[in-house]
Design a protein around this ligand. Sequence first.
Ligand code: HGY
Ligand code: MN
Ligand code: MN
Length: 418
Amino acid sequence: MTAVLQATDVPLRLSVDADRLWADLLATARFGAHGETGMHRLALGSADEEVRRWFEAECRALGCTVEVDRIGNMFATLPGSEPGLAAIAVGSHLDTQPAGGRFDGILGILAGVEILRVLKASGRALRHPFTVVNWTNEEGSRFSPAMMGSGVFCGVHDIETIYARVDKDGVTVREALGAIGYRGECAPGHLPMAAYLELHIEQGPVLEADGSAVGIVTGVQGLRWLDIRMSGTEAHAGAFPMGLREDALVFAAKAVLAVEKVALKHPPGVATVGYIHAVPNSRNVVPGEVRLEIDMRHPEESGLAAMETDLTNEIERLAPGAQLSVVWRKAPVVFDAALREVIRQEAEGLCLSALEMVSGAGHDAAHVAAKAPTAMIFIPSREGLSHNEREYSSPQQCANGADLLLRSVLRADELFHG
Ligand code: HGY
Ligand code: MN
Ligand code: MN
């Protein structure tokens, strides 16, 4: 790789159209709108299909080819001026949480569409092909695990195993992909990448508290998803004596507190029970079974291991018959130093104050980092809120992030000969 060029060496000072980007963010919020400012666009549902169709049409109109792989990942590509180079890609995800916000995921894709528009208007082609990616099911809310599409693309998950994953209604990933017409033909990992850059909202309070305009993400903390099934005995809520009851939800309540206790014991680890389901879930029946879904995270693999061990021991002690299973383990990831330096220099060139930070949230970039030089850019989240209908970043913050993404792509195109 050649010496890192100075920011001013880049021939054209292109910039995004902030109003057009903001208009896209508001316009695409109609796909799965939920309440006043919320989103309900679960992976592979009808709203996901609608926004996918919109994305595909926009990119085709801008001169891109659009490929879809077997897990429904979408790749919109503008050809480069030099034959034989791998793509420089940007992207993120279009799916949301059940009551999510308007920025999580889609900002990174709409910034990519804006870059397509800027390049087309400038009449400038990059040396490398330029690809905007929509990764299938980043959230993992309807189908686990999260970051599913990027995991299949990077060979972490076998496609047939993932096709068989079911949602809580028993619908498989394969059926859901077919139902929206996005079970594509391209083999997983079909697109070689010279570099991958992802713009995303921070989803926490760090940047806002620090007052920095952008985050230069050094890496992503590790995570583990565990399920616990606790059994008791269904009984009449009125007639069955307290002393004889085996109330599964009482066991579960102790388990929820144990999850919190384990996280607090291993700072800066975090953990929560995001999903709980009691059976039969009827007011006047003592619960006979409870299913808990746990999400725990830590920047160090050793911290994750200690948390998992402690939680396993705690559950054994509290509810000996409980069945604990590990659904997913994702090790911490460090992003590419050269790409981070490009982002740092371009942030300086744009006079954007920047803070280096680890991502608390998971992202598709955490998988892609194993396949290509990868880095991320964050913009602040108001009050640190995300996975919340009040999620918000300002038009200027979105434009700052998109401009930095554009400048970083242009520099990577100069620097990389991938
Ligand atoms: O869970 C995550 O970290 C991501 O927001 N899906
Ligand atoms: Mn996201
Ligand atoms: Mn999310």
